[in-house]
Design a protein around this ligand. Structure first.
Ligand code: XBP
Ligand code: MG
Length: 260
């Protein structure tokens, strides 16, 4: 099998985390005495801005305030985001976020087949560790040869930086790997790094454009959540396994060579 590694996004891909992130943002705003409340409709729009600190900064820019007042709010963003991160990690540690269908199955299948694993995410490293610890157990942190998180790179998604850093740490070419994402920003980042990309949208990202994805599925599927109909046909069965992913990678590789 030519497939050497799977590079997973975290939020929305490993787990549907954004409701927990949104609640943590709102709790941090309330604790800081700010009358800011992000409902689902507003948060879905704000999610187009990747990075929690950048998302709050963007929100401040939209407020009908004097520039001096906006500057005061901006100065508080690092502390506000740190409190949000603490609150989010508490929610995750309390077991309030589970892995999406097929994630644990595919991670286990990949490990058994010697296909390496990596993470390329915009979220903070504390959040990644909290999620792994709560869903797979702390020992699973070692499953990932590379974990590129948040501020570790200069440019967040849709820039390719996180994926390029993961490929560099893996010591692999993009054509030997496949990325798994949930959002248009993530797809653009992975594609800009030259990666064949499979997308499993959530309700937060379902309306986004995934035209450049090699495959779009509602989830990866497993024994308890079988894919059906056209999804199963595209996945090559009731769930997406390594053999199907390898076939998808090979088609992408051939296409890249043919159009080079
Ligand atoms: C999704 C993001 C993150 C999270 C919030 O990351 O854009 O900003 O929404 O986490 P992913 P932080 O690349 O995993 O989909 O507040 O830690 O940024
Ligand atoms: Mg994501």
């Amino acid at each position: 099998m030519r497939l050497k590694a799977l590079i997973f996004d975290v939020d929305g891909t490993l787990a549907d985390t954004e409701a927990a992130h949104c609640a943590a943002f709102n709790d941090a705003f309330a604790a800081a005495g700010l009358a800011w409340r992000w409902d689902a409709a507003r948060y879905r729009v704000l999610l187009r801005v990747t990075g929690g600190k950048e998302r709050i900064m963007h929100f401040i820019d939209t407020l009908p305030l004097a520039e001096s007042e906006k500057a005061q709010h901006r100065a508080r963003v690092p502390a506000l985001h740190a409190d949000k991160t603490r609150r989010y990690a508490q929610r995750v540690a309390a077991g309030r976020v589970g892995l999406r269908p097929g994630i644990e199955r595919l991670l286990t299948e990949a490990r058994g087949a010697g296909v390496r694993l990596a993470l390329a995410t915009t979220t903070s490293p504390q959040n990644v560790e909290a999620l792994i610890d709560a869903t797979l157990g702390p020992a699973a942190r070692t499953w990932f040869s590379s974990r590129v998180c948040g501020d570790a790179v200069a440019n967040k998604k849709p820039a390719p930086d996180a994926y390029l850093r993961a490929l560099s740490e893996l010591g692999l070419r993009a054509t030997d790997c496949v990325a798994l994402e949930d959002s248009a920003n993530g797809l653009r980042a992975a594609r800009a790094a030259g990666l064949c990309t499979i997308v499993t949208p959530t309700d937060w990202s379902a309306a986004e454009d995934f035209a450049d994805a090699a495959l779009v599925l509602p989830h990866l599927g497993d024994a308890g959540h079988a894919l059906e109909g056209a999804d199963a046909r595209r996945a090559g069965g009731p769930w997406l396994g390594l053999a199907s992913i390898e076939r998808i990678r090979a088609v992408h590789d051939d296409h890249m060579e043919a159009t080079a």
